[in-house]
Design a binder for this molecule. Sequence first.
Ligand SMILES: [Fe+2]
Ligand SMILES: [Fe+2]
Length: 162
Amino acid sequence: MPYMIWDKSLSIGHDAIDAEHRILLKCVNDLHDAMDERSDALIANVFDTLAQYTVNHFGREEELMQNTDYPDATHHANEHTLLVDILEEHRKKYFNGEEGKEEILHFLKLWLVGHIKGCDLKLGEHLKICQMTREAPKEGLAMEETAAGPKRHQEIEKIGGR
Ligand SMILES: [Fe+2]
Ligand SMILES: [Fe+2]
């Protein structure tokens, strides 16, 4: 049985981000398996993958926040920086023998789930609203304030000016 199991409570309602979170969960599970095999080379390798994927994932979330004018972007990005630093600290502790397998896996579980159910869930709500606002003009024409609004009005003007 995998160490971490995905369930609905971890979904933030954004398919691309959810898919990336599943990959992060898999990285933690891979680390668990590598630790079971007691292979330092494999453990180091999985740790590298986890750290690299985390940085890339955070970068993609930050880009999404920027592109959608997310009001809480600075706080969220600061938490990302902190999470990367903490991950590095724990990795060092593990390889220095200051932290055991159970401790580091427990830490990783809290590290990941805590951020997903906190900052990321809030971001998911914001992205859902952005998506609804973008899709709304398809159902009605009175949406001048939306991103799709001006285009819609240009189209109407073009039709009206025939
Ligand atoms: Fe995040
Ligand atoms: Fe995330």
